[in-house]
Structure formats: C-alpha cells, structure tokens
Design a protein around this ligand. Structure first.
Ligand code: HEC
Ligand code: HEC
Ligand code: HEC
Length: 416
C-alpha cells in the first residue's frame, strides 16, 4: 500500500475512534445523569379543606386548567369520570421523538395515586414539574405555565384532588426515548425554577391584569396559543399568543393554536368583545362556523362572565403580531371516508365531547342523543345538526359542515 494512503487511513481510523469514544461517552453520560433526582426542598404548605376551597379547585380542575383532559382513563371524555390516569401520550412523532407517557392517577389511592403525597409535594409537581422523588415530569404536563399559579389556587387544586374518591389503578411506566433522556441529561429540558416566595394572584375582577393571570397560568390558553419550537417544545415567550408553529396531529383533524393577538389580518383584531364572548360561550365564530372542540370552548363556556371578560381585556392589551396560522383541516376518514364511516369520524371530531361514545350522553347533555334520535326522522335530525338547539349548548353546524357531511353524521347516528 502506498505510504500516503496508509497515513490517511490511519488518520481516519483515529478520527473514527475518537468519534466512537465521544458517542459512547455521551451515551454513558446521558444514561447516568438523565434520571438523577433534582434535590430541592419541598414547600411546606397545607391545603385548606373547606367547601369553598374545594369548589375553587374543582372550577380550575374541570373548566380552566383542564387537568381532567390528561388525567382520566384512555377514551374518557368527561371531568366527571375517575381521574385515575392511564391516558397514553404518544410523543414519538413530535420533534426528535420523546417516547410514550401516561397521565398519572390523581385520586387519593395510597398505592397507585397521590394518597401519600404531601400537599407541598403536589404543589411542587404542579408548578415546578418534579415528582415526589425529584424526577422531571414529562413537559406535556403544563407546569411551564402553571409555574405562575398562586399559592391559593395551587392549594385549591390539591384540596380538590384530595376530595376525589380513591381509585386503585396502576398506570403503565413511561417508555422514554434516548433523545428525551439526552435533552434532560444535557439540561435542555428541565424543571421550572424553585418557588421560594409566596405567589399571590392579582385580585379577581374584570381587569386585564386578572385576565393575564387567567390566560397565562390559571387556564390552558398560553399552552396552546404560544408559538413553540418543533424540536424541544419550548415556548417563544417573545411573541405571546401569536399562535402555534406546528399543528397538533389529532385523530380526524390537524389544527394549530390560533393567533389571538389584535393583529387585523392574522389575529383577532377585527373581533368585538361580544363576538369573543359568543365564541367562548357557544363555539360560534363571527362567521358562524363552529370552532373545533379541541379548543376547549365547551369547558370555557362554564366560566364566569367576569373571567371571560377579563381574558378579553388582556388579549386586547397585547401587542398585535402578524403571524399567519394555517387553517385547520380534517384528516383520515373524516376527510376521505364515505357514508357512516365518515360520519363516525366527524362525530369524533365535533360531537363526542358533548354527546359521548355513540351518543350515550355526558355531563354537558341532558338527554342521550342515542335515545332522542329514535323518535326523529332523518330530516329532523339533520335540521337539529344544521341549526342547533337554542337555549342549549348545541351549536348549529350549518356553516361548518356540508349537507353531505351532515347526512353522513345522520347515517352514523342510525347505526347505533
Ligand atoms: C396536557 C396534559 C396534562 C395536563 C393538562 C395536566 N397534566 Fe398532570 N401530568 C400529565 C402527564 C402525562 C403526567 C405524567 C408525566 C410523567 O410521568 O413524566 C402528569 C403528572 C402529574 C403529576 C405527578 C403525579 C405522579 O404520580 O408523578 C401531578 C401531581 C399532576 N400531573 C397534576 C396535574 C394537575 C393538578 C393538573 C391541572 C392543573 C394537571 N396535572 C394537568 C399530563 C397533564
Ligand atoms: C388544547 C388547546 C387549546 C387551549 C387550551 C385553548 N385553545 Fe383556543 N384554540 C385552539 C385551537 C386549535 C384553535 C383553532 C380551532 C379551529 O380551527 O377550529 C383555537 C381557536 C381559538 C379562538 C378562535 C380564533 C380564530 O381566529 O378563529 C379563540 C378566540 C381562542 N381559541 C381563545 C382561547 C382562549 C381565550 C383560551 C383560554 C381560556 C384558549 N383559546 C385555550 C386551541 C386551544
Ligand atoms: C357543546 C356541546 C355540544 C356539541 C359539541 C354538540 N352537541 Fe348536539 N346537543 C347538545 C345539547 C346540550 C343538546 C340538547 C339536548 C341535551 O341536552 O341532550 C343537543 C342536541 C342535539 C340533537 C337533538 C336531539 C337531542 O338529543 O335533543 C342532535 C341531533 C344533536 N345534538 C347532534 C349533534 C351532532 C351530530 C353534533 C356534532 C356535529 C353535536 N350535536 C355537537 C350539545 C352539543
């Protein structure tokens, strides 16, 4: 072999060797460090147990912070179902792929739930993102924003969880990818800073200041309407409420958190306060289309008048930011299916949240659609779907769905 060739090969060999050592070093470092508990004092706090505090906790849990959306069982659609965990989060397609995670059991069962946690440990989990042992909680749990929750509200949530009936349910262990471990090991995904001073919310009232507290900390608005990095999921706080950067790939649709700043062209600058109130209360936008219930308007519809107007005042006070968010689209069978199959997929997207699995009802409906439909002909059903039912939370879908889509929904309802 020629001398120069041998030298190059030797050089390459050394380079590959160094790379292999570096990669092995990184893998070993990540494996050793990623799950190392953070040692941090547990706040000494005690949740009141009076009925008023529990009621405040329930309001936040069910209608505002929407904890139930992640802490029910797989396929649960209601805050009234047991909060015993198990819902699977498939985060393998997001960014570098994070793995599979499971919503925790938040009922006071001592073995599988939070029964033996202290109040301070629970508050730390909610606001700082650390579990009992000091391990990072997967950041789909929105502690990034709950970090600003007041002591009073955080303790109210604890009081509410403690009031739930204990349910024994062991949630599967998470299956984390190397990429997730590496992001933690390298400090790129980390808990929120320790809270060492009392956190007090602005006084409740119809003010932009209280609305800001609601929009950032005591609800999910910021979680879904903030631009986020597709790689780490980190929020871009320099463009508050300018809308998401990537679509949520849900079953049956793809949607991106809208731009809520007062920008005329790309935000909600041309909305009036009353239009905002109508949208939050009924799901109907100014153009008469129904917002996807993935935007949890059926829950916000239960907000007090004062809280909704405060949120509006805050959104109005934001800097207008020009940022075009792609329109939502239907996907899978909801887009390309036919007949009852498309009806079933559309039902999952628009109706399930209120009417429950196969129309068996839920907390937002007084009558089971399954039974009510038996006494109606197809034309009457189609009219209810298109026009809605005044005086109830049933919105009219006539401007959202085509006649064919409504006919497919009727076909699906008939298959029950
Ligand atoms: C978007 C989904 C989501 C929302 C909303 C959410 N959580 Fe979680 N939460 C999770 C997931 C997933 C885990 C488990 C993460 C893990 O194992 O790393 C978790 C973990 C927890 C834990 C730790 C429990 C344990 O056993 O380790 C507590 C406590 C908790 N959540 C309370 C709440 C409360 C209270 C709210 C509402 C203020 C809330 N969560 C809202 C997804 C969510
Ligand atoms: C779980 C994610 C999520 C949460 C939480 C959330 N939104 Fe939304 N929001 C969305 C999505 C997605 C859309 C777009 C829906 C569609 O295209 O039908 C939307 C749409 C909207 C719209 C209509 C905007 C337009 O231009 O049509 C308003 C107004 C709005 N949200 C306000 C709020 C407020 C206020 C809060 C908090 C109280 C909030 N949202 C919480 C996801 C969310
Ligand atoms: C925000 C909650 C909500 C959503 C979303 C919703 N509905 Fe309803 N719907 C209701 C309520 C409330 C009633 C009144 C009867 C009751 O309370 O059960 C009703 C009534 C109806 C009725 C009249 C028959 C009856 O049960 O009285 C039909 C038909 C119907 N809904 C179909 C649908 C279909 C199809 C969709 C999806 C495209 C849908 N609804 C979405 C809440 C909702």
């Amino acid at each position: 072999m020629k001398k120069w060739l041998r030298r190059i090969l030797k050089g390459l060999g050394i380079l590959v060797g160094v790379l292999v050592v570096l990669v092995i070093g990184l893998v070993v470092y990540v494996q050793l460090t990623w799950d190392r508990p953070v040692s941090r004092a547990v706040p000494q706090m005690t949740a009141p147990t009076d009925a008023q505090t529990v009621a405040r906790g329930e309001y936040l849990y069910e209608y505002s912070n929407l904890c139930w959306m992640c802490h029910g069982s797989q396929g649960s659609h209601s805050p009234e179902e047991p909060q015993a965990g198990g819902l699977e989060f498939d985060a393998t397609e997001i960014g570098p792929g994070f793995g599979f995670f499971y919503g925790s059991n938040l009922t006071p069962d001592p073995e599988t739930g939070i029964g033996t946690w202290s109040d301070g440990e629970l508050v730390r989990a909610i606001r700082e993102g650390l579990d009992r042992e000091g391990h990072l909680i997967f950041p789909v749990m929105p502690y990034e924003f709950a970090h600003g929750l007041s002591d009073e509200d955080a303790l109210a949530l604890v009081a509410y969880m403690r009031s739930l009936p204990p349910v024994r349910n062991k949630v599967p262990a998470n299956r984390t990818s190397f990429a997730y471990k590496a992001l933690i090991g390298l400090g790129m995904v980390k808990p929120q800073p320790a809270i060492t001073a009392p956190v007090v919310a602005p006084p409740r009232g119809t003010t932009a200041e209280y609305g800001k507290y609601l929009a950032w900390h005591a609800s999910g608005c910021a979680e879904c309407h903030m631009p986020r990095s597709p790689n780490t999921g980190a929020s871009d706080m320099t463009r508050p409420f300018a809308g998401g950067l990537f679509p949520f790939p849900e079953e049956g649709f793809s949607t991106t958190g809208s731009n809520l700043t007062p920008d005329m062209a790309t935000g909600i600058g041309d909305w009036t306060e009353e239009q905002f109130m109508t949208a939050m209360r009924t799901g109907l936008r100014p153009d008469g289309t129904v917002m996807l219930p993935f935007m949890p308007w059926p829950s916000y519809a239960r907000w007090s008048e004062e809280d909704l107007r405060a949120a509006w005042l805050y959104l109005r006070s934001l800097e207008p930011i020009a940022h075009e968010v792609p329109a939502s689209t239907l996907t899978g069978a909801a887009a390309t299916g036919t007949g009852a199959a498309r009806g079933e997929a559309l039902f999952g997207v628009y109706c399930l949240v209120c009417h429950g699995e196969k129309g068996t009802g839920g907390p937002l409906t007084a009558v089971a659609l399954k039974d009510a439909a038996q006494g109606m002909d197809d034309a009457t059903l189609a009219t209810f779907i298109a026009e809605g039912l005044p005086g109830t939370s049933m919105p009219g879908f006539g401007k959202t769905l085509t006649d064919e889509q409504i006919a497919d929904l009727v076909a699906f309802i008939r298959s029950w």
